[in-house]
Design a protein around this ligand. Sequence first.
Ligand code: AHR
Length: 658
Amino acid sequence: MKKPRGTALLAALFAALFSFARADTLTVRVDLALHPVSPTLYGIFLEDINCAVDGGLYAELIRNRSFENENLWNPRSADHWEAWNVRSRENAGITLERENPLHENNPTFLRAGLEGNGFAVIRNQGFGGSALRGGIPVEEAKRYDLSLWLRFDETASREARVSVFLSDAAGNELSPRAEYRGSTETSGSWRRYEASLTAFETGGAYLSLEVTGDGIVDADMVSLMPEDRVGRDWPGGGMRRDLVEALRDLHPAFLRFPGGCVVEGTYVRSDAYNWKDSVSAPDAAGRREIPNTWGGMITMGVGYYEYFCLCEEIGALPVPVVHAGLLCQARDVKDPPLTMAETESYAGDILDLIEFALGGADTEWGALRVRMGHPEPFDLRYIAIGNENWGEAYFSRYAALSGAVKERYPEITCIVSAGPVAEGSLFRDSWTSIRRRFPGDLADEHFYMDSAWFPAHADRYDNYPRTTKVFLGEYAAHEPARGNSRPGTLYAALCEAAFMTGIERNSDVVVMSCYAPLLCREGEADWTPDLIWFNDTAVYKTPSCYVQQMFASARGDELVASETDGELFHSVTRTGNELQIKAVNLSGEAKPLKIFLPGVRDQTAEGLTLTGEKDHVNSFARPDRVVPQPFPCVCLNGEAETLLPPWSLTVLKFSLTE
Ligand code: AHR
């Protein structure tokens, strides 16, 4: 055989090492496929926690653009000035008003009352990340799309002017001005204005609104987004490109959204997530914001339409989660569940969501989707009803809600909560109810456990009955906290990897899985660890993220029979002409491994390994400390000898064709 270049040296090195240590063996029965691997096995879960969406994935750079900011834990203590301040004014009253608003769902707006040639500058500081020491991140020569709604009264339409521009903290201008004047035809009515601002410099900026002249000028929905975002034509405005690319890199088969706890809110009748608040055409001005369970506001700029578009963009199937008419049972919430009568009428909202995704232009909600810009239906196949719920209060409501879905849309798979824990009586009782009452639905398990639990339970699904399938909707390995956050170490990631070999081996029963949470903005962590971190200008992936990426990009279509004489966390799959081997070395010693691959032709396998020190983490300062490295492996005469690095996940791909 002609050996591929560079492999001779490696082969000699391994041979030398093999002479010192006894190798474990892995025997692969290439022709014996055990069962299909679920094509939806690896997905992602996007929840607006840690500023993941507003202040993160959503491309909006203006915080509190609508002046609707509220404090969830005391809804009457609104903080409508959040992120805004009046920098200077003369002969000008600057107030927030609610009479005669732009939209009843968006009642608060800014008013400048000018008299005797007044003047005022009001500015927004954005989400103010640490990389920029505050402010809105702008880049020299980059273009930003500005939009805002203005209303000039009769006097202002003759005598007032609004200028909008980027400035630094001292007020120096960092972009040209966009200038607006009213007109007699439009006086007294709201009108949307747009412009493109090009930044003069890179750094943290403020968006300044300078109002001069006489009369009353109202402003609302002041928005600024980078022009190079994804989904610029989506009604909500689009998403940050680097974060969309990071999600795409995960090769997600599905995208669960919007929660998590986010779906429930604090008052089920008034501020639980209602998908209808999240859709509108032609822009987001009429969407009703709600306070976010995790702090801040959900602006709905990433609403259901944009969510479905994102799924298409990254090739993932949507898995929407709706609340089940009762609040998070794990928190001490006071609001009573919906009555059964209320639950039955709420079922109509869930059916409307499905109609929004699937219905034709001749249906009420399908027509809205078409007006928003998507004539074709979205590829909706699942709906999850409830998050981390349990007990009769839940299951009776789930029965009513899922029953309504199944009757109208029998092709949709319903997902039922199996509670918030991995084991114990609450978990067992949930499964008993699910198997008895909803055996054909997917059971949504969630667990966050200490790292060592995961390899110790890699066989968790080996003996699960195969009838009711599992959707592992949230999981992560938790390390003890360092300071006030749990670190995303290589060790935690490898413990997850060991567990994932068990998921993959049992992918005839575990048909979907996703890590949680997905995204975290630096300085805004509500929950750690998280898969991907970002600030205003940078993104880094944790070792756990690379583990997810490596598994998802080598998933395989069928599980292949394999056995080891050692203690090796592994799984073997194949897709057409490719064989994928995943092996986890959860020890500090390099592990020699001899792989028997009868019938596999001589070749050097493409491989990747993720390795480092056990406690290593990635960070903004060292984003590449733990990243997958090329790891070739030679197969000669149906045998491959390799040395799994200490603390490593290794993925090898062998070609099965000549
Ligand atoms: O993933 C973070 C939170 O964990 C989710 O909101 C909730 O479902 C779970 O408790």
